[in-house]
Structure formats: C-alpha cells, structure tokens
Design a protein around this ligand. Sequence first.
Ligand code: MG
Ligand code: MG
Ligand code: MG
Length: 305
Amino acid sequence: MAIYAVGHKNPDTDTIASAIAMADLWSKVKEETKAIAQGELAPETAFVLEKFGVAAPEVVTDATDKKIILVDHSDLAQSLDNLDKGEVVAVVDHHKLGDVTTSNPLEMWVWPVGCTGTVINSMYKFYNVEVPKEVAGVLLCAILSDTVMFKSVTCTDADKAAVEELAKIAGVADVTALGMEMFNVKSAVAGASMNELVFRDYKDFDMSGNKIGIGQLEVVDLSVFDDIKADLYAELEKVKADGRHSCFLLLTDIMKEGSEMLIVSDNPAVVEKAFGVAPEGTSVWLDGVMSRKKQVVPNFEKAFA
Ligand code: MG
Ligand code: MG
Ligand code: MG
C-alpha cells in the first residue's frame, strides 16, 4: 500500500511542491509514496509545475485506510476527510502545531522557518539524498512564494540558504526574475470567478469556538482589484453567511508591503482589538502586514480569546 503525501486544502505552491518532494524522498529512503492534493492547482502553482516539467498530483480528499504524510499543515480543519480512519506517519510543516494526533510513533519535522520546502531541503541532506533537478525547481519556487521573495517576516536565513542551494541544482541563475515572473502570474485575476478568488488561498480557523475564515491574495499591485472589489466583498459576505462568525480577505501588495483587509464579521470591533487600527467602512489598511500565519492569525486569536 502506497503512502500518500498531502498538503492543506486550497493548495498553494508550498503544499504542492512539498507533497511532490516528500513523495520523492520518502520513496527513496522509506516506502513507496505518492503525492496527492486536496484540490485543483492555483495558477501560480500550475505555472511552477509547467516551468519545471512536473506533473500535477492527483486530487484525493479522503484518508480512509491510507498511510499519510502531512505537509504544510497539521490542523484537522485543513486536512483530508476521515484522517482518523487513516494513519499519519509523518508531519513536515512550518506552521504552529495543529490538532492532529496519532496512535503510532511518527516522524515530525516542524520548524519555524518560512516554508515547508526549506525543511524538506534539510531532510534531503539528513537522508543523504540528492534533490532531483525538477524537485529543486519547485521547492525553490515554494520558498520564494511563501516568503514573498524574502520580504515576509516569516523568512529566515535558513530559507535564503535553501534558495541558494536549490537554485544551483535547478539551474536558475536569476532567482528574483523567476520570483517576479511567478508573482505576475499570481496577480492575474482576470477570468477568475469571485468564489475562486476568495478561496484561492483560504483557511478556516477555530478561534475560541468561532469559525473564522481568512483568505489572502498576494499581488504586485492592488489596482488589479479596483473594478472587482465590490464583487469580492459580496462573495465574502456569502462565505461568511455559511456558518461563520467572520470572514476576512487580505489583499496583499507585495511591493508596498502591506495588506488591505476586507471585513465581514458579527463583531467588526474585533479588527481594531486585533490590530489597533480602526476600519474605514468595510476594510482596513494594515501597513507592513503580509503574513497571515505570523501577523494576522495570532492577533485574531488573542482578540477572540
Ligand atoms: Mg501553504
Ligand atoms: Mg507553507
Ligand atoms: Mg502563503
């Protein structure tokens, strides 16, 4: 029986690249492992896989009777259905520890770095396995994506060192050019439905018993949202109405290094409590805020506590 490596729902580039890399590494050092995904690829990720000639993982959403390696998450809410009917054999992640538990010993690689790809690069070294060229390419892009080309507060020296090593293996001479190319693909919103945009990089959280949804769109220029912001907001209201206390959408400007957050909440005052900035109408500009993980989720968790 194959082991399956899988990242979080609404897969991003790190989740997909890390599943692919773990499948490669685990197959070489342990047992046959297959990369899977919980959903279709975002445009950025499709661009990255195409660029390095890697096939998209098959979409699988149920863990029943499967051995599972979790990458880029350890929260049940973000994981496969029926995870308790499968067996988690490893967790490789860079988020706060979630609520996944196991009945057997497992391998845990959870580091406070900017990207799961950085952890996996170190795992290759630990196991003395060379990173294949195409895997190096997708891991490199995952790190550039998750760290917003080193600008995010989540970025560490380990991420920068990993990018340097992986770029050599992948034969990428200009890492910044590759990163800009990738973020330009990510910034394209034309042709996407509002629902697709809200859920492109979206996570649900349980905060003191409240279901809180937080989406994020990272672009090189917020003007791409000028014509669609009202429609995006209307879609966010729909998502919130589906049993949630609040829904927030971060529109992150990676050049200005800040985020406009659209707000739909039963208690909008929680935003000022969390960030110390009063919203103007239904949104607020959060200067310097680019990381949902480090700069948004912890603030809301405190505000909801
Ligand atoms: Mg991720
Ligand atoms: Mg990640
Ligand atoms: Mg991200």
